[in-house]
Design a protein. Structure first.
Ligand SMILES: [Zn+2]
Ligand SMILES: [Zn+2]
Length: 278
């Protein structure tokens, strides 16, 4: 599948694709390149420079140069259209050649400065490293802004970027939700010493950091979810078996949030690196 915002941020290119190495592909030492992968390979090497038939029919033409991620070492892998009518493109993976990703890992290709990079990593690592869309350096300032009653301190904090978010909107969301965690209203909350109200944090389901990319305002009531500290930290830091059910609960609770980007649940999963990788 094609790179999304998290890969654009990580690898610095929009020209890339990733998928899971199947058991069969590992066992046969050959990957069938589909959709985005095939397009990338064909665009890079040129349709007429790809062997039609067996590798042995033209070993020199079949051998293609890749840069191995992350070292940048040059490696050579065979790439052919095994059948005459070119319906499938086959990439041979090989320990000897320097690229034999394990079954179940993510393998990826991307083009950068006219070079084609190839690499692989365990799925968990891939998800953990591809999460730039969620990065928010000013989140703790924003959470204190929501709490803070001291107007002088607010003025000081307000000079920072976090103020692009309106604390009153977050406070309004909390009022509407009767000061309960939107993931599960029975979650226990302590009382804030600043507000004397149950302590909640505000989370923008469509990451606020993407406002620039979309050229849109994401600080909208529909997009602000109030969560207990556990659920909020889990969304940002937990592995997928915990974070995905939380995202699902929030999407079920307020599906209107999808209208903001005219998107689907899959788009939301991508922001959180929770998409099903095919
Ligand atoms: Zn958050
Ligand atoms: Zn909660």
């Amino acid at each position: 599948m094609e790179f999304n915002i998290n890969q654009f941020l990580k690898f610095g290119t929009k020209d890339g694709s990733y998928s899971i190495v199947t058991e069969r592909e590992y066992y046969d030492s050959q990957i069938t390149a589909t959709d985005a992968e095939a397009e990338l390979l064909i665009n890079h090497f040129g349709l007429s420079n790809i062997t039609v038939g067996k590798v042995a029919s033209n070993p020199r033409l079949s051998k293609k140069e890749f840069l191995l991620y992350p070292s940048g070492q040059k490696i050579y892998l065979n790439l052919v259209f095994p059948k005459n009518n070119k319906p499938e493109l086959r990439l041979y993976i090989s320990q000897t050649a320097g690229f034999k990703p394990e079954s179940g890992t993510v393998w990826f290709l991307f083009k950068l400065q006219n070079k084609l990079w190839i690499g692989s990593m365990p799925e968990n690592q891939w998800r953990a490293e591809n999460i730039g869309a969620l990065e928010d350096d000013s989140d703790s300032i924003y959470q204190s802004l929501i709490q803070e009653k001291d107007e002088i301190k607010i003025a000081k904090l307000a000079s920072k970027e976090a103020f692009t978010r309106d604390r009153k909107l977050a406070q309004h969301r909390m009022t509407v939700e009767d000061y309960r965690c939107e993931c599960n209203p029975s979650h226990e909350l302590f009382i804030s010493k600043y507000t004397n109200l149950p302590y909640l944090e505000a989370h923008h389901l469509i990451p606020i950091s993407l406002q620039k990319q979309y050229n849109k305002n994401f600080d909208l009531l529909d997009n602000i979810f109030c969560l207990c500290p556990f659920c909020h930290r889990a969304i940002h830091f937990s592995e997928q078996s915990t974070s995905r059910p939380i995202i699902d609960t929030l999407l079920d609770k307020r599906p209107e949030v999808l209208n903001i980007i005219r998107g689907t649940e899959q788009d939301i999963y991508k922001f959180y690196s929770l998409e099903t990788i095919i």
